[in-house]
Design a binder for this molecule. Structure first.
Ligand code: MN
Length: 232
């Protein structure tokens, strides 16, 4: 039986394509294909009464990209540069994460997912990259599938084992980044301007870039998902 991977849904409020005033709870095809092609079964997990208890029925949890993490989730005031956020969505995703941790189910965080993991375990975020003048631009939506900046991968990290590389180019579609790393976590990769691009603690792995989107043009990120699936 293939491992079942729950993808925490992202809420899209009042979708313009919809005739109804109701939210959509979504993921996108790149995450679905990435898990499917790595040998897993992706299922979407939207908020509902018993959603958290569904964690025991699955083999792993994927926290996907999405809106900014609300600053209250890391006990800071909102700055003007912070983007849209939802305290309710943060709370739902953090509950799923904590339940997965409690049950020792592997977690993969991507982009917002990494930032949320850091916030949930006591770390903080830069609310925009301009809060650190040393940081280069990290938001390039046009080259969503291409490597736009290099990262250095730490030896012995989950990424070193999965990718077997020290330096790779990754896409970059984020304007926030980790400020203080959550206690107990290790940096697994960083960019040359010092942005934390991957973190880990046990079987909780997270990356700041979008490996699932890079898979639409090359196989270079396949091993990130197959290594994660092997944990599950
Ligand atoms: Mn980046």
């Amino acid at each position: 039986m293939r491992p079942i991977i729950a993808i925490a849904s992202e809420e899209i409020k009042k979708p313009s394509l919809s005739a109804f005033p109701f939210s959509w709870y979504i993921t996108n095809e790149a995450y679905i294909k990435a898990i499917d092609n790595a040998g897993g079964i992706p299922i979407l997990l939207p908020p509902s009464t018993e959603a958290i208890s569904m964690i025991k029925e699955v083999d792993g949890l994927l926290l996907q990209g999405g809106a900014d993490v609300d600053p209250s989730s890391y006990k800071e005031e909102r700055h003007a540069c912070c983007g849209e956020s939802s305290i309710e969505e943060d709370r739902f995703h953090i509950q799923l994460l904590i339940e997965a941790e409690k049950q020792n189910k592997p977690v993969l965080g991507i982009c917002r997912g990494m930032q949320l993991i850091n916030a949930a375990f006591g770390g903080t975020l830069y609310q925009d990259r301009k809060e650190n003048p040393g940081f280069a631009e990290h938001l390039n939506k046009e080259l969503y599938a291409d490597g736009v900046h290099t990262i250095s991968i730490r030896k012995d990290s989950f990424l070193a084992k999965a990718l077997k590389e020290e330096h790779i180019k990754v896409n970059s579609l984020h304007h926030q980044m980790i400020k203080n790393l959550a206690p107990g976590f290790k940096v697994a990769a960083e960019s040359c301007d010092g942005v934390i691009e991957a973190i880990e603690r046990g079987n909780i792995w997270a990356v700041q870039w979008h490996p699932e989107a890079m898979l639409s043009v090359s196989d270079s990120m396949k091993s990130v998902f197959s290594a994660f699936l092997a944990l599950c």
